[in-house]
Design a protein around this ligand. Structure first.
Ligand SMILES: [Zn+2]
Length: 442
């Protein structure tokens, strides 16, 4: 590693390259060397830092930019671990942080070392320019997001609540990136996320000798249920955030797409409209308008010559913020029927409402930089550490401004081969985060 140069904030793409070069594939994560690098930058710039660790080689790093005491603290947090790049075909090696064709390439370029680099750049710039925000800015680089946060957010929220004292709002992933509809550029600002829920459906039927045909077996019932889940949608739900998002989109695009989007908000037409817009927008809107399940695993049968009397199907359920596990269970029973046991085995309830107080400010920052862009609030279909911070009453905004060219699908690039971010976007993103520090509490 080169000697510590805190002016690296002027080159956020280089900061990102350095972060990518630490292989923090989780598992095992091994985030310590990367955290030590961030620590060296922050301490060289004059920040006091602290490592809070459940496991020594997997610390979380905290620091604080002192504010003027005129607003409560604002949290900036991001995870330092990444998912595996194994068995993927990359154009450039995933942990070299190459710059080519105007992009920084590598695992974590989008999810979310780019965001960490933007936040660190904003903090270093604040120090360099002697800027004091209205409220303290608390920064936390967290480990272990990709496998649930046992060493990261979950551990911090359970055992170090005091570190988040008085914090109401936070900036983190999983939003701020661009999506184009009808040639219009939208920035998606995450304000809520779906709740994860594990479901087991058990089917019972006659067992018997593998040599004698058995009708209406547990396997057959499971097959019927899988077909029903494939062919039928769960009911349509239009939450307040999604309604605002869809109305904003509809008001900016041209006919006939505008009319299709407006009709998404009529539950009797939603599913038909989703089919129509799928061609242009893929499956993006479907999970924002339904609770969903995907069948993931099956357990049934032990010996090849014994027909099993019981088969269990394991499903990944995702519930909209204003619904709960009971709602999903009832919706599933309506599809698969009563001749089985539908059981919720794990449900992590997160925040039901979204506090949009900071949305206009975040949106204005993007519009000042790009007057033609349209920031919209979104619920994300996946879940992040935000669900854990929400337990402390913290509203996270997924706001890592990532300016992608039209045709570049953010969701398809995250966790995939050739993850990459435009170099120019690192500059505009770091600047946008810095403007958040300037505007917060004003
Ligand atoms: Zn992430």
């Amino acid at each position: 590693m080169a000697s510590i140069d805190t002016s690296i904030y002027k080159r956020p793409e280089e900061l990102l390259q350095n972060l990518i070069r630490f292989d923090t594939t989780n598992p095992p994560g091994n985030e310590l060397p990367l955290m030590q690098y961030i620590d060296s930058l922050l301490t060289a710039a004059g920040f006091d830092t602290a490592f809070i660790a459940k496991e020594t080689n997997r610390p979380n790093l905290f620091t604080r930019l002192k504010g003027r005491g005129e607003a409560p603290p604002l949290l900036l947090y991001g995870h330092a671990d990444v998912v595996t790049a194994a068995n993927q075909k990359w154009t450039y090696p995933p942990f070299e942080g190459m710059i080519a064709d105007g992009y920084v390439w590598g695992r974590g370029a989008l999810d979310m070392k780019c965001g960490l680099a933007m936040m660190i750049a904003a903090l270093l710039r604040a120090k360099a320019e002697n800027f004091q925000p209205a409220g303290d800015i608390v920064f936390c680089a967290m480990c272990d997001e990709e496998t649930g946060g046992a060493c990261g957010a979950k551990f911090l929220v359970r055992e170090h609540m005091d570190l988040f004292k008085d914090i109401k709002y936070a900036i983190s992933e999983f939003g701020g990136y661009t999506m184009y509809i009808d040639g219009k550029k939208f920035y998606l600002i995450q304000v809520a996320e779906k709740h994860h829920c594990a479901v087991e459906i058990t089917f019972h039927g006659p067992s018997g000798h593998g040599s004698i045909p058995v009708k209406n077996s547990a396997m057959y019932k499971m097959g019927k249920a899988l077909v029903a889940l494939n062919d039928k949608q769960l009911p349509v739900h239009i939450s307040a955030v999604t309604e605002r998002m869809i109305k904003l989109i509809a008001s900016h695009i041209s006919e006939p797409d505008s009319a299709y989007f407006k009709q998404l908000l009529d539950p009797s037409k939603t599913d038909a409209m989703l089919e129509i817009i799928r061609e242009k927008t893929g499956n993006f809107f479907d999970p924002l308008l339904h609770n969903t399940v995907n069948a993931i695993m099956v357990k049934g049968g032990v010996n090849i010559n014994v027909v099993p009397g019981k088969v269990t199907l394991y499903l990944d359920g995702r519930i909209l913020p204003d619904f709960n596990d009971n709602d999903l269970r009832n919706e599933l029973i309506n599809v698969v029927g009563h001749d089985c046991d539908v059981k919720i085995t794990n449900y992590e309830q997160a925040r039901a409402d979204a506090d949009l107080s900071m949305f206009d400010m975040l949106s204005d920052i993007l519009k000042e930089k790009e007057p033609d862009c349209i920031p919209i609030p979104i619920i994300i279909s996946a879940s992040t550490d935000a669900r854990l911070l929400a337990k402390l009453g913290i509203q996270t905004y997924g706001y890592l401004p990532i300016d992608l060219p039209e045709g570049f699908d953010f969701m398809k690039s995250v966790h995939a081969a050739d993850e990459r971010i435009p170099v120019a976007s690192m500059h505009s993103g770091a600047d946008a985060i810095y403007r958040v520090l300037e505007r917060y509490g004003q």
